[in-house]
Design a protein. Structure first.
Length: 182
């Protein structure tokens, strides 16, 4: 399971990486802080840049490989099992729903060392603790290089607590994933 989390400044990074997402026995999850009134645009925007299927997650949806799953606005995206998503509308975390922390932490519990978590640009601390949980569970963790991030606060928070195993510039992340999946 490869999970991207981001907020302010991360959309452009993801759009540049999408054509380079490697195929394989893997699913991608994208958790972005976004407004519900423009949510229908994100799926179409992503689909134009990749040959992988792009879907917005529905509760109890089965996880398929070679698919990019978008966390819907207004819900925390969790994993019920290695094969199924769950949506949760509980309290916001770091003023956000979906929360990157919630998704990363759920993935660490369900997928453990089979998780790759990437924290991108953003303006709050959401994602840092979840990234640390993934690392503690044996997964691979990446923080976008703060000097490369449009808004450096989010990756800086992960680096401050040593949650990341790798610090990569945005143009290095897709090739790193390709190498790891080989």
């Amino acid at each position: 399971m490869i999970i991207f989390g981001g907020s302010a400044g991360s959309l452009d990074v993801l759009l540049k990486m999408l054509p380079h997402f490697p195929r394989g026995d893997v699913a991608y999850v994208v958790v972005l802080h976004r407004r519900a009134d423009v949510d229908h645009l994100l799926q179409a925007l992503f689909q134009k840049r990749t040959t992988l299927e792009v879907v917005e997650v529905e509760d109890k949806e089965v996880i398929d490989r070679n698919t990019i799953y978008l966390a819907p606005p207004g819900y925390h995206l969790l994993f019920e099992s290695r094969r199924e998503f769950a949506l949760d509308s509980s309290e916001k975390i770091h003023f956000s729903r979906p929360s990157i922390d919630a998704t990363f932490e759920s993935a660490s519990e369900v997928f453990a060392e089979k998780t790759i978590a990437i924290l991108l640009s953003g303006a709050n601390a959401d994602g840092a603790q979840g990234l640390l949980q993934v690392r503690r569970a044996g997964g691979i963790t990446i923080a976008q290089d703060p000097t490369d991030a449009e808004v450096s606060y989010m990756p800086e928070q992960a680096i401050a607590i040593n949650a990341q195993m790798h610090i990569l510039k945005s143009d290095e992340i897709a090739s790193f994933l390709t190498n790891v999946l080989r």
